[in-house]
Write a protein that binds this ligand. Structure first.
Ligand SMILES: Nc1ncnc2c1ncn2[C@@H]1O[C@H](COP(=O)(O)OP(=O)(O)OP(=O)(O)O)[C@@H](O)[C@H]1O
Ligand SMILES: [Mg+2]
Length: 406
């Protein structure tokens, strides 16, 4: 389920002009875990992997958490304290994951990835055990609906009914979650975002975290993490449309915000791996050599210009796909332009990429700084850390989540 564009087909543009501000802030929607569908729904809707009762204690904001972004090329770990408004990063590390770690949007090599997480955590002396993690955007189906206002129990039934209609899976096999994101027409109608992910996918991430000796506390979705990262670091003018584009190794996530609220989410199955594969195919490089070539270290015997030409054309193809998706998700549906784009992910920090995207889309593109307004320990404040900052975009967004924070 999921996959490129699949979420977008269901998405209807919202009308931010009608927002009256009732209902509080939207902090993303968690891909609910192990949520029983049926009688327990009322108690458990909106809950995610809740570890213990201590999560409910509001005085424990000093408790450190680990945010763990498990990618197909690397795992990013942050150890943080404080809530979203006053986040402080104690430790940060990126370690490579095995090449076939993620298959079909799930962790296929749980043991090996758990070892990477364990090693990463220990290498930094991280002490936190509670983990906030994410499933990949392509693993979820997101549906936005406008419904008549109704009581919580009616809404649960409506949601189950709607979910049965659009989820191409037995609901037994699916984790569902929803959030009321807006109140329209003086509260007569509500806007709801419904998120569904296959149980086995959510479980593969949760089990990997447990196998690393840690406790999964929240499982979110990378799209929403990006949004939360942006929210804590940047100001958002009411009428601006901002596209957040996280370009990883395997796929790129897109979340388009209008007036600070998420309007479209989707993914494109392109990323840095496509550039590596072009280098391997056209120049006969190994995977490792291709990775080095992308950072300017070209192996002896291969011309630098040659490598640059291959990288340039693969990067252009990647940009073309992202441009196409942005048009599909946004311009075609609204006739409005995108006012600015923030890129992140490993490829987001690639030299010249922001300019390429800006030229293609015709909007200013900036490399997101997930730590723009986030305090980091002095020891982390090195040129190398700053150079890699964009890779932590999802991890920083995850770090803002806490159990039961909806
Ligand atoms: N300076 C750079 N120039 C070009 N590419 C880079 C640079 N730094 C990292 N990359 C590429 O970024 C990709 C890794 O990005 P990231 O860590 O965001 O991916 P991931 O989260 O592991 O993957 P995914 O989320 O798609 O499963 C790799 O393909 C890597 O080669
Ligand atoms: Mg990633």
């Amino acid at each position: 389920m999921g996959g490129a564009y699949s979420a977008a087909k269901e998405i209807k543009p919202r009308c931010p002009g009608l927002i009256d501000g009732v209902g509080g802030k939207v902090r993303g929607v968690a891909a609910a875990s192990y949520m029983a569908i049926g009688s327990e729904w009322a108690q458990r809707a909106g809950r995610i992997l809740t570890g213990s009762l201590s999560d409910l204690n509001p005085f424990r904001t000093d408790e450190p958490y680990l945010s763990v972004d498990i990618g197909s090329s690397s795992a990013k770990l942050l150890e943080v304290v404080g809530d979203a408004g006053q986040l402080r990063v104690l430790n940060a590390v990126v370690l490579p994951t095995p090449a076939s770690a993620i298959q079909n949007n799930m962790v296929s090599e749980s043991g090996a990835v758990a070892e990477v997480i364990r090693a990463a955590r220990e290498s930094q002396g991280m002490r936190a055990r509670r983990v906030i993690a994410a499933v990949p955007g392509p693993a979820v189906i997101i549906k936005r609906m406008t419904l008549p206002a109704q009581s919580a129990s009616e809404l649960e039934n409506t949601i189950l009914f709607e979910a049965g209609n659009f989820i191409p899976e037995d609901l037994e096999n699916v984790n569902l979650d929803y959030q009321v994101t807006d109140y329209l027409d003086d509260g007569k109608r509500i806007e709801v975002v419904l998120v569904a992910a296959k149980k086995e996918i959510v479980a593969s991430y949760a089990e990997t975290i447990r196998a690393a000796g840690l406790m999964p506390a929240v499982i979110d979705v990378d799209y929403f993490a990006l949004e939360n990262m942006f929210e804590i670091n940047y100001d958002m003018a009411a009428d601006r449309a901002i596209a957040l584009v996280n370009i990883g190794a395997r796929y790129s996530s897109i979340n388009i915000l209008k007036g600070g609220r998420s309007t479209f989410t989707g993914d494109v199955p392109v990323g840095g791996r496509d550039i590596s594969e072009a280098l391997m195919r056209d120049l006969g490089l190994s995977m490792e050599e291709a990775e080095l070539a992308k950072t300017g270290e070209v192996k002896a015997g291969v011309g630098r210009e040659q490598a640059e030409a291959v990288i340039g054309s693969a990067a252009s193809a990647l940009i073309e796909e992202i441009h196409h998706a942005l048009s599909f998700f946004w311009t075609a549906a609204t006739d409005e332009t995108i006012d600015a784009i923030y890129v992140s992910g490993g490829v987001g920090r690639m030299a010249g990429l922001a300019q390429l995207l800006s030229d293609r889309v015709g909007a200013p593109v900036e490399v997101a700084n997930p730590f723009a307004r986030v305090a980091v320990e002095n020891k982390l404040n090195t040129p190398a850390f700053r150079a890699h900052a964009a890779e932590y975009a999802v991890a920083v967004g995850l770090a803002t989540r806490r159990p039961n924070d909806k």
